[in-house]
Design a protein around this ligand. Sequence first.
Ligand code: SF4
Length: 378
Amino acid sequence: MRFVDEFRDGKLARAVAHAIAAEIEPDRRYNFMEFCGGHTHTVSRYGIPDLLPAGVRLIHGPGCPVCVLPIGRIDCAIALARQPDVILCSYSDMLRVPGSNRTSLLKAKADGADVRMVYSTLDALEVAAGNPDRTVVFFAIGFETTTPATALALCEAKRRGLVNFRVFCNHVVTPAAMQSILDSRQGSGLQTVPIDGFIGPGHVSVVIGTRPYEVFAETYGKPVVIAGFEPLDIMQSVLMLVRQVNSGRCAVENQYTRAVVRVGNRKAQQIVAEVFELRPSFEWRGLGRLPASALRIKPSYGDFDAERAFELPHASAPEAKSCECAAIVRGLKQPTECKLFDNGCTPEHPVGACMVSSEGACAAHYTYGRFRQTRKSA
Ligand code: SF4
């Protein structure tokens, strides 16, 4: 297949669904976590659970970058935006994520802070170049997919001598989150969800390759299939996982061969290694504080590090009352199990981060109306 429509072909999707139904063992449950928020979006948008037999369950994982950032870091970004002479730049979703007491960057902007939405890190650099008398802070978030672009901006800032540019770095690392989900199944005391395999993230794997997941197959005995983002990609990946489970195999397989190779993108990895290093630990929403799970700016780029330049609040902050985002990013609850879902929390007025980004499980369920069908048939 070469064109995107072919990856959305309903006839082919039904054929794969029939193959899955024919191959599952009737008394067995197959619990597969789709790690990535992009997959969560596709699963909801195309109604994939309706195509799958009852024995196959998809569980949303912690792969939405907006959702996993804890409220304490949002509070830090808001504090930065309120500093005199600061322009804070970030991607649009981040502007609406609620911080403590239902504040947000958008509300800080309404109160007079200079908060600007950018489409890329290079846009933020141009803001810095155009405002030499102000300090421009880029609020950087995301998994390995977006990290190289931030690294590139830092290299470029150094090359151009943009001494008024800073990055507030919140880049996180995918394998650490997957490991946390699996370790919690091995006696950490955290509530767990059964997992028989992972639908692995596609965009992240373009950068890091398939190799970092091998430990999950070899040590944890969990199959991983790296998947693309179209509905047929997901369906085929489910079939590949079912076949591994049935045959007792645990391997990393690559469904997304049109974009992912085992070693990943070495150029992107090099630029990330030039600029960033692992933090000893980092707090995630829903997963707690995880060792070696996020990046910070290396001392050689320390002049551009917003955390060195400003005194920031370090306290963790509690979730909004009744918000179940922490349980949702662990796969423990469905969005509809939150009593605020469509009852005070909507994409227009989000209470928690999972309702903000289109990759968030709550926003995906709300946007594509799956809960409405469930309520109708209840
Ligand atoms: S519906 Fe809203 S309040 Fe409930 S878990 Fe989702 S984002 Fe949080």
